[in-house]
Structure formats: structure tokens, C-alpha cells
Design a protein around this ligand. Structure first.
Ligand code: PMV
Length: 329
């Protein structure tokens, strides 16, 4: 895998960013050891600016939540807690023995919060990239992925590790817990439309719901996870061959299995149906579900029609994402 680093540390101000992500196939089952496929959304990013602050005057300015968090404050909200955890993780990686420098860090993200697009992972990855580059150091993607995983645990409890991995490597990946990630073959570019229901996705709640059902009655859930694993395997082969029709079919099948699992909802179903009717090759929820975003695979000449159909069906935002072809090396 190649290293992605867009931080510019040549001046006293360091800028860095990290991308959004979408889970193409396999969410939820990935928590139970099945494989999943995730893709980066490079056009949609979280950005940070890092500069030196006077000693003891460190702060984080979070533009998207309209907050400034001062270093050393006792009471911070959940956003502040998450952001400081990301900063501390990066500083610990850089200056294990201290002392920690005082920094002013500004954060701005184009990625909608709590929609299954990896906003938290991207903010934490951009923070780590920015801080490390500002201190004149380098961070391998494996280490970046670990740092982001630690902050993901604050948000999600028991994340599978797929979000931090795809955001750290910024490549389409095949991921399986315990085995890690592999870049996958993508023979032709994909055009994905990401439709936002406008409803915050409660990943923690949907993961907990699936966990409760699995604990109560593991056999039917294990069968669903196996069916999802097969969909992921078929989807991967279709991507390698450049067979978009087959990939779309597997996305539809995955959506049916996720609905059976119980993590879809009427708003997601409405957007999925609208995308298919307007010419999408396949469509499904992406991420934790129960609100959040859906993705549609579209032939390029249907992009406008599908986007219009998603908006007419109530999408509060639509992102058009192109995933470039890649060869696994
Ligand atoms: O963070 P989200 O909403 O993209 O969900 C991640 C996907 C899940 O499989 C539901 C959870 C996980 O940790 O993999």
C-alpha cells in the first residue's frame, strides 16, 4: 500500500486533511469476522490547520460545531472529548517522554457528522497527520490507522477497524478483522452517489441492536452474516472484472440482507428505491444504518437523473463520488 500524506509542514502553519469513506459491502457482518469492502471518498474531506500556541495556551477550534476547546478545561462536551483524545494520541505518538508542545488546531469538515461517512475517523486522521507533520515527524499509515482506531473506540465502543483503515490508506480495501486490509482490484472507475437521509445514524445503537439479537439467537444471525460474506466475495470478483451490473446486483442483495437484519429504515428504503427506479445499478445503506446515508452505483450517464430522484425522494444532501480504478500490488 502507498502512503498518503498531504500535510505541508514547510511553514509555521501546517495543513492536513483526510477523506470520507463509504462501506460498499459488508457492514455489520464485518463486526463478526466476515469480510467487507470500503472505498475512500477523496473529494469529501476533513481539514485541520496546526500552529504553535503560547505555552499553556493550546486550543482546538471546531468550526462545524461552533466551539473552542481550551487545553486543561475540566468540562468539555462529547465533541471536545473526542477531539482532545485525537490530539493526545498523536502527541503521545510523537513525544512519548514529553513535554507536549502547545498547539492551536483548527478543524473544519465537509463530511456530514453521524451519517456513516466516517466523519470522526477523518477528523482524527487529519488531526494526527497535521500534528505529526507540524512537529517535523512522519507517520506510517499502519500507525495512523491505530491512532484513529483508538479514537473510534470512544465513538463506537467496539469498531471493527474498517473505518480507520480505509481512511488511513485512502484506497479501496478488502478488510477482515484479525487479518487486516488488502487493497483490491478495481478494473474500471465507479461512480457512486451518496444520499443523506438527514437523520443521524446511530451506529452505536445499531451495532448494539445486532449484538443483542445475536446473543439471543446466534444461528439465524450467523446465517445472515454468511450470506453477506458471500455477497462481499461476489462483489470483489465483480470489481476485479469491471462488471458493474453484477456489483450493483450484489449491493441490492446486501441491502435486502441488511433490512432482514433490522438496520434499514423507511427513509433509507425510500432513497434506495428512488435511486434504483432512476437507473442506479444497485443501491444500499452504507455504514451503521438506522438513518445516515445510502449509496447508489450509477452508470455515468444516469448520474443527473439519480441525483434528481434522490433529492425528490427527500435526500438532504447528495455527494457524487468517483472511485478511480486501481490494481492491487
Ligand atoms: O461508522 P459507520 O456508521 O460507518 O459504521 C461502521 C460499520 C459497522 O460495520 C456497522 C460497524 C463497524 O465497526 O464496522
Amino acid at each position: 500500500m502507498t502512503r498518503h500524506n498531504d500535510a505541508d509542514a514547510s511553514t509555521a502553519i501546517t495543513r492536513a486533511s483526510a477523506c470520507a469513506k463509504a462501506i460498499l459491502l459488508g457492514e455489520h457482518a464485518v463486526v463478526y469476522g466476515r469480510p467487507a469492502i470500503a472505498v475512500p471518498i477523496p473529494a469529501c474531506r476533513a481539514w485541520v490547520t496546526v500552529r504553535d500556541a503560547p505555552a499553556g495556551g493550546g486550543s482546538i477550534i471546531a468550526h462545524d460545531v461552533g466551539a473552542r476547546y481550551l487545553a486543561g478545561s475540566f468540562c468539555v462536551d462529547e465533541h471536545g472529548e473526542f477531539l482532545w483524545a485525537a490530539v493526545e494520541g498523536a502527541l503521545r505518538a510523537c513525544c512519548a517522554s514529553g513535554p507536549w508542545p502547545s498547539l492551536e488546531i483548527e478543524v473544519h469538515s465537509e463530511i456530514p457528522i453521524a451519517r456513516g461517512m466516517g466523519s470522526g475517523a477523518a477528523v482524527s486522521a487529519a488531526m494526527a497527520r497535521g500534528i505529526v507533520a507540524h512537529l517535523g515527524l512522519a507517520l506510517a499509515p499502519e500507525r495512523l490507522s491505530e491512532l484513529v482506531y483508538d479514537t473510534e473506540r470512544l465513538l463506537h465502543g467496539t469498531p471493527s477497524g474498517i473505518d480507520n483503515t480505509v481512511v488511513a490508506y485512502e484506497q479501496a480495501i478488502w478488510y477482515r478483522q484479525g487479518e487486516g486490509a488488502e487493497p483490491i482490484d478495481l478494473a474500471i472507475p465507479l461512480t457512486l452517489l451518496i444520499g443523506d437521509t438527514g437523520i443521524p445514524s446511530r451506529t452505536r445503537a445499531s451495532v448494539a441492536l445486532v449484538r443483542r439479537c445475536w446473543e439471543a439467537e446466534p444461528a439465524p444471525l450467523e446465517a445472515l452474516f454468511d450470506a453477506i460474506a458471500e455477497v462481499v466475495q461476489r462483489g470483489r470478483s465483480a470489481m476485479g472484472r469491471g462488471d458493474l451490473v453484477e456489483l450493483g446486483r450484489q449491493m441490492d442483495r446486501n441491502q435486502a440482507l441488511l433490512a432482514e437484519l433490522g438496520v434499514s429504515d423507511p427513509a433509507l428504503e425510500r432513497l434506495v428505491a428512488a435511486a434504483r427506479q432512476a437507473g442506479a445499478l444497485g443501491a444500499k445503506l452504507s455504514g451503521g444504518g438506522m438513518g445516515g446515508c445510502m449509496i447508489a452505483l450509477v452508470p455515468e450517464d444516469a448520474t443527473e437523473a439519480v441525483e434528481a430522484a434522490l433529492r425528490a425522494a427527500g435526500a438532504t444532501g447528495v455527494v457524487v463520488a468517483r472511485i478511480e480504478r486501481q490494481r492491487a500490488t
